[in-house]
Design a protein around this ligand. Structure first.
Ligand code: PLP
Length: 395
């Protein structure tokens, strides 16, 4: 009989020739457990998803309650489904006044697609600008604005009318013109290896968009829901996007994305033609119920209040001559080594020693540190001692 791993390799599509092949039986809090019940500290939270920790009882309860009521009823935007309504109401209460219309979708990439379509419709312009080293998803529209040619060239032709500016570079803001429908930018760049922009840059970007009538689309798929020490990362910058894009932690471990705008902007999807974006499963009631519960956990357990001190503890414990830099904001961090080779060896040893981490799509010499926000000081100390042991072993 084939093992689960053999079946996985035989029947489940692979996207690299070197999948991690870790096999877990269950997950709780910051821990993943393998079949021998060995615990692993999850320092990547399923890539920015499990902000409230794995299997939070309040989130699980909300999912079970909704399961007993109904699953899918109808394509998005027709029936009044209470989980969607309640999650939207809660999000709107926490967002600035101009972000009051929420379109729920299934994933981050779909939310980015929706945002780009909406910006084109609203402005009646065709050009979309994004940043070098960005990652906004893997569908063809989102791929078109990925700032890394290596992953794109095999899929051309992609969307026409896209262009790129340097992240955190004020000079390039002049490339935003009255022809530009929108600028899509991560408030904190994730797959670039966690790059935090300057306040002056974000404010200049916002001003340039306003000056040219260009919509500012902030992709906070990785950075929102408390990860950077604010519920939404744009709150650090004193600006408000025209369209905010969320996913990942939004669904509390269930698949959910959203693009959010003013009613005035969102209304562009209603006419000429109507049905500007259609999704069957977007805003699935179980996902919205999980999302609302996760948001309530973040607020009620005051998870955001401790993000800053947890960041400080990581920074204090990850001091070593071989760690060139710890970059980032809150619990969205990157530890940089001199090469991918060294980083990979350290990561592999960390995983064998019970700490899960990885590297970034566009930054292979840096290690991802983005645990569930519920991680305790003791767990941070434990994780960092495993990392430092691995660093000393190889460096
Ligand atoms: N945008 C950012 C900043 C991301 O990090 C990701 C995924 O990693 C996406 C968009 C795409 O999200 P999804 O994988 O849900 O399509």
């Amino acid at each position: 009989m084939l093992t689960l791993r053999q079946l996985f390799l035989a029947n489940n599509a692979q996207t690299t020739n070197f999948p991690l092949l870790l096999e877990f039986e269950r997950a709780e809090g910051v821990y993943l457990y393998d079949k021998d019940n060995k615990p692993y500290i999850d320092l990547i939270a399923g890539i920015g998803v499990s902000n409230t920790g794995h299997g939070h009882p309040y989130v699980i309860e909300a999912i079970k309650t909704q399961l007993d009521k109904y699953l899918h009823l109808m394509v998005y935007g027709e029936y009044v489904q209470s989980p969607q309504v309640k999650l939207a109401e809660k999000l709107v209460s926490l967002l600035p006044d101009t972000l009051q219309s929420i379109y729920f979708v299934n994933s981050g990439a779909e939310a980015v697609e929706g945002a780009m379509k909406l910006a084109k419709r609203y402005t009646d312009r065709r050009e979309v600008l994004a940043c070098y080293d960005s990652y906004h998803g893997s569908t063809q529209g989102a791929l078109s604005i990925m700032g890394n040619e290596e992953y794109k060239q095999a899929y051309r032709p992609l969307l026409p009318g896209t262009g790129f500016i340097r992240f955190n570079n004020v000079d390039d803001l002049k490339l935003i013109t009255t022809q530009t429908a929108c600028v899509v930018i991560e408030t904190v760049q994730g797959e670039a290896g966690i790059r935090v922009p300057d306040i002056t840059y974000m404010q200049a970007l916002n001003a340039r968009c306003q000056q040219t009538g260009t919509l500012l689309v902030l992709d906070e798929i990785q950075a929102a829901m408390g990860r950077t020490g604010k519920l939404f990362a744009f709150e650090h910058y004193g600006i408000v996007p025209d369209i905010l894009v969320l996913a990942k932690a939004l669904g509390g471990g269930m698949p959910l994305g959203a693009f959010i705008a003013s009613n005035q902007i969102m209304d562009a999807l209603k006419e000429n033609p109507m049905l500007g974006h259609i999704t069957t499963f977007g805003g699935h009631p179980v996902c919205c119920a999980a999302g609302l519960a996760a948001l309530e956990v973040i607020l009620n357990e005051q998870l955001i209040a401790t993000v800053g001190e947890k960041e400080a503890l990581f920074r204090e414990l990850l001091i070593h001559p071989a760690i060139k830099q710890v970059r980032g904001k809150g619990l969205m961090l990157a530890a940089e080594f001199e090469s991918f080779d060294l980083n990979k060896k350290i990561i592999d040893r960390c995983i064998s020693n019970g700490v899960i981490t990885d590297w970034f799509l566009h930054c292979s010499n840096s290690m991802r540190i983005a645990p569930p926000l519920v991680i305790t000081a003791e767990q941070i100390e434990q994780a960092c001692s495993v990392i430092i042991e691995a660093v000393e072993y190889f460096a």
